[in-house]
Design a protein around this ligand. Structure first.
Ligand code: BDP
Length: 669
């Protein structure tokens, strides 16, 4: 039990659930169809039932499970029905039906999920369709096997040995993705190597695309905008230059010849030093549309709105809106703008990005980060569904929630996978991969329901275990916000690797690289004034939303210091001063982690030894980190405000200079 099986463990059922399945005695009926997705669905049903029953399912005499993968229905691609019927002979029959074979595969996985959770096969009734067409994972993996912001070992993609060698992991990866409805994978980092556009890589990409096709997964690549120069031998990458257009068209032609269902290109342009159309005084739309023309109606250009270039004195969080809002309606129909959940950068908490709902004539998808770059990386328990739900459920003020804005298009998550046996570097980070897929399938699912599903399939269905563990998971995201960056603080992490607290850092070249730029703390107060008296980033939101956040006394204090610079003595809604409230939030975060670690100890009887110990040690690291964040932050704020700690408060364990001197040359970057 090293975690490799993920949520597809299919552990033997026990008790009444076992009796029901035994009694049902499922028989997977062979369709005789040659369709690869149908074959995969049959195989998975057999594998899953073997696990759940504790033996290979019978081949006749029981209740048939029938796949009808061309049922003539219409609707969203991937939709399916699962229903039990009573037959004349008294036995049940379970039918999985869909309009296409991938829908059937999704239906098979959905049925296995229900059975894994102990549902009665005789009464299963499911009718589902994906809420959005694109449900993608973005890998920040490099050809040399390193992973940008990866905390789970090396890349799962073995470019060195492809195309001849296809690791079995690539199939298990596809199974895991298909089981949660992921249907697109960008295999390489947005800080893209031009190698992916060379002849050498084409057969490698083709091998992966072929392997994943039965699982309903389309392959995409990130492309470097200046690739025509680096690997095309041209002198320019100007999107309006005819030879540049022709080069991209030729590349797309080769890709489609090898991979007829190639998904398209993901592009990070003119951001953090990446090349882009602005290098030639062209707009993002001109750059994106040129690539879109090269793909034609065969594929999609996903253009990232995460633009971050030296912004001088203006507020960094305003840049994307300023650059993209004027381009609304200017993008080709096969271009999608991919917008991070918040306007800064995957922080433990951010208000939703003001571009959501603000570009009605532009297709827009949401980008979330599954890998926990800014949330403690791969340690402890930090369940991210509540973070994503908070964003998805947010009313944009433009007549729709964020979920409604993106549902016509899709969602992408920056993957947290690596070569570690447990895939994600930490057992509980598997839950974030799972939750991302489930939310992209249906943003209406609750964090609670998703956690229950994951826990039941991954660890144990014992109701006592589930009842105790799920609330821990649900409160874990607020805990990390509390001990790292409470009350709307953001980007207080260490330079470069983003590991650990560094609110004091103030000497980096560009102002917005510094944590001090975001906290704006001094002797008098703390917080970033984004109201009219400050950067006025608030004005990028719809008037109803801006009005609500403009008043620190009525707004949700979870975002307080994101929008307001306030004196330390400011009276918060709890009645405490800002200083006392800040400290109580750090304490709350530390206490929450302590209690997770304590509770985990009591769960030992339900968990196999290997994973029990693994999680316990991970929680020990998280306890240490929570204290470190609290203590280092308080020590720094105190060095500015010289305020005493509230009575009875534990002083930081070490001096500020101790925390400032800590270095982490071993932290992954
Ligand atoms: C930031 C990461 C950086 C990424 C960038 C991006 O620190 O490694 O390249 O986002 O999304 O969060 O492009």
């Amino acid at each position: 039990e090293d975690g490799y099986a993920l949520w597809l463990r299919y552990a033997p059922l026990t008790g009444s659930a076992k009796e029901r399945l035994d009694q049902f005695n499922p028989v997977v009926v062979q369709t005789g169809e040659a369709d690869p997705s149908v074959k995969v669905a049959e195989e998975e049903l057999r594998r899953g039932l073997t696990g759940l029953l504790g033996h290979v399912p019978a081949s006749s005499g029981g209740s048939p499970i029938v796949l009808a993968c061309n049922d003539g229905s219409s609707g969203a691609r991937g939709h399916f029905n699962v229903a039990a019927h009573q037959q004349a002979n008294g036995r049940s029959l379970l039918a999985i039906s869909a309009a296409d074979s991938v829908g059937c595969l999704y239906g098979a996985f959905a049925l296995l999920r229900e059975l894994s959770l102990g549902r009665d096969p005789a009464t299963v009734e499911l009718a589902q369709a994906p809420a959005m067409p694109l449900r993608m994972l973005d890998h920040w993996d490099n050809p040399d096997g390193t992973v940008e912001r990866g905390y789970a070992g090396r890349s799962i993609f073995d470019w060195w040995h492809l195309p001849e060698e296809l690791s079995p992991r690539m199939i298990d990866y596809a199974r895991a993705n298909a089981s949660i409805g992921i249907n697109g994978v960008v295999v390489n980092n947005v800080n893209a190597s031009p190698l992916f556009l060379t002849e050498r890589y084409l057969p490698k990409l083709k091998r992966l695309a072929d392997a994943w096709r039965p699982y309903g997964i389309r392959l995409y690549i990130s492309v470097r905008f200046s690739a025509p120069i680096e690997v095309g031998g041209l002198k320019t990458a100007d999107p309006l230059a005819p030879q540049v257009k022709a080069w991209w068209k030729a590349q797309a032609g080769k890709l489609y010849q090898a991979i007829p269902d190639f998904g398209g290109f993901l592009v990070k342009a003119n951001s953090e030093g990446q090349p882009g159309p602005q290098d030639y005084h062209r707009t993002h739309a001109q750059g994106a549309n040129m690539l879109a023309a090269a793909l034609g109606n065969r594929g999609t250009v996903i253009w990232r709105a995460f633009v971050y270039a030296s912004s001088g004195e203006t507020d960094r969080v305003k840049q994307a809106y300023e650059e993209f809002k004027p381009l609304d309606g200017k993008f080709a129909p096969n271009v999608i703008l991919q917008v991070k959940n918040g306007p800064l950068d995957f922080q433990p908490r951010e208000p939703f990005h003001p571009l959501f709902g603000a570009m009605p004539h532009t297709r827009m998808m949401l980008e979330a980060q599954i890998t926990r770059e800014y949330l403690g990386q791969a340690t402890g328990i930090v369940y991210l569904a509540p973070l994503w739900k908070e964003v998805l459920d947010a009313p944009t003020g433009h007549g729709a929630t964020v979920a409604q804005v993106i549902e016509p298009t899709g969602m992408a998550g920056v993957a947290n996978t690596g070569s570690d046996r447990d895939w994600t570097g930490d057992q509980f980070d598997q839950a974030n991969w799972y939750a991302f897929g489930r939310l992209a399938w249906s943003p209406a699912l609750s964090s609670d329901q998703i956690a229950r599903e994951w826990v039941g399939q991954t660890f144990s269905r014992n109701p006592n275990f589930v009842r105790q563990l799920v609330p821990m998971m649900l409160s874990s995201r607020q805990a990390v916000v509390d001990y790292m960056t409470p009350l709307g603080l953001a980007h207080q992490m260490g330079t470069g690797h983003h590991y650990g607290p560094a609110p004091w850092v103030c000497t980096l070249d560009r102002p917005e690289w510094n944590p001090c730029y975001y906290n704006r703390a001094d002797a008098e107060g703390i917080g970033f004034d984004r109201t009219r008296s400050g950067s006025d980033a608030l004005a990028q939101y719809a008037p109803s939303v801006a009005a609500q956040w403009a008043d620190p006394r009525t707004m949700d204090e979870n975002d307080l210091l994101w929008f307001h610079h306030l004196p330390w003595s400011y009276r918060t809604q709890s009645g405490k001063s800002l200083w006392d409230e800040l400290i109580s939030r750090y304490d709350r975060g530390v206490a929450a982690v302590d209690s997770m670690a304590r509770e985990w100890q009591t769960l030992q009887p339900y968990v196999d030894h290997e994973r029990f110990v693994d999680v316990a040690s991970s929680l020990a690291i998280q306890r240490k980190e929570a204290r470190w964040w609290r203590d280092a932050s308080i020590a720094y704020w105190q060095s500015l405000n010289h305020l005493p700690l509230p009575a009875g408060e534990r002083p930081p364990e070490h001096s500020l200079s101790y925390y400032e001197a800590l270095e982490f040359p071993d932290a992954p970057g």
